[in-house]
Structure formats: C-alpha cells, structure tokens
Design a protein around this ligand. Structure first.
Ligand SMILES: [Ca+2]
Length: 228
C-alpha cells in the first residue's frame, strides 16, 4: 500500500507539472472545403480539421451572394504540417453586419480557453469584430471586450482569452460578430478573410491526476501479478 500511495503522489506531482500548457481543443484550416462559389452564408457548418468542434456561419442577409471558401489562405496561426491553402471569405461587407461565425466546443475537464484566428479586411475603410460567448444551448451571448477594427490589407492574428464561466462546461459557444462594415467600394473591396481558427485550453489538473493515478494502480497490479 505504501508503494501505491507513493506512486499516486508521483502521479499528482507529474499531473500538476504537465498541466501548464495550452492544448488545441479544436482547429479549422478550411483547406479543401466548399463552397468554392459564392452562396448566401447562413448556417454553413464545418467540423474541426483537428480536435473536436463545430464552426457555423450566421447571417441575416437575404439577398446577394456573400460567402465562399477562397484560395487566399495563410500559414499564420496554423499548426505544424498544415498548408495555408484556403480560407473563409465573407464578402460584400454590409451584408455581414451582425453576422459572422459561431463555434461550439466541449470544455469538460478544460479551463483557461483562448480563441484565435488569422484575418484581414481586403477593403480600405471600416469593419469591426466582436468576441462573445455562451454557456448552454440557449440564451444570449455575453460580449468579451469591445468591437475592434479588423486588420487591413494583410493577415494578422486576433485572439482573446475566454472568461472562466466556460471552464469545465460541456456546451460552450463562441461567436465572432462583424459590424460597421462599409460597402462603398463594392464587392471585391470588402471581403473579410478568416483562416486557422483555434480554440485552445488547459486540461484540469485533476484529469492528469486521474490518468496518472490509474497508471499507478496498473503498475501495482502488474507488480503483484508478477510476484505471484
Ligand atoms: Ca487555410
């Protein structure tokens, strides 16, 4: 029993020392996705390319074509071994005001979530993005921070830390909502590109402790069997 206790303590110690880094919960690179011709962009769904999660577009636009997967991707904020290839293209700016994309992930046994992606506004005027979150499948979203100008001309990284309200919750939703998009330069001048969406989080220390605890138990059983 003394050995079991020692191994369990070792497990706890290893657990707490491993539990410092962010783990990728879900990642979307949009490479090879569709549609490659413009469509109305409400309710298009994308499973995570790595990890587990669902990304869905939302828009109240009822006329005009305004969304497609475009070959103007980037390696910024990508993962090892993933090409830049394709990205989401939200086009015809004003039709995306109050629209954007929503992500759902399972945060069970994870905390300290961060959301990041590479983006830029191809236009030369205005456009903002706003992060928000919701716990549970119903109810309103809570804003994180204030509307912020979408980077212009070249891909840049945008990111936010997610409030602890989502920690260890099963049904967690994040939104990126666009506003203030100007369409004065017409279609081509006002596209918001989005690539390499990442949700990262830190595993709960208890998860590691449980894993190492089981490992310790397994070692004890193995040792006893070997002796008998
Ligand atoms: Ca890509």
């Amino acid at each position: 029993m003394k050995k079991l206790l020692l191994l369990s303590l070792l497990g706890l110690w290893l657990g707490s020392s491993f539990a410092n880094g962010q783990t990728v919960l879900a990642f979307w690179d949009f490479n090879g996705e569709s549609p490659t011709s413009a469509v109305l962009g409400d309710g298009l769904e994308y499973d995570a390319s790595q990890g587990s999660g669902l990304l869905e577009t939302f828009s109240s636009a009822t006329t005009g074509t305004n969304f497609r997967i475009d070959s103007d991707g980037t390696s910024l904020n990508s993962l090892d071994g993933v090409g830049s290839d394709d990205a989401m293209r939200f086009q015809r700016g004003p039709r995306w005001n109050n629209g954007g994309f929503e992500i759902s992930v399972d945060m069970t046994n994870f905390n300290s979530a961060e959301l990041s992606y590479a983006t830029y506004n191809t236009g030369n005027t205005t456009g903002d993005y706003q992060f928000s979150y919701r716990v549970g499948t119903e109810g309103s979203f809570t804003n994180i921070g204030s509307p912020t100008t979408i980077p212009l001309s070249n891909y840049a990284l945008v990111s936010t830390s997610i409030p602890s309200a989502v920690d260890n919750q099963e049904d967690v939703f994040f939104r990126v909502t666009f506003s203030n998009l100007d369409g004065s330069s017409g279609n081509a001048g006002h596209r918001v590109m989005v690539d390499n969406v990442q949700v990262t989080a830190i595993p709960e220390p208890s998860t590691y402790a449980a894993i190492f605890g089981l490992f310790a138990l397994g070692m004890i059983v193995w040792h006893r069997r070997k002796r008998s």
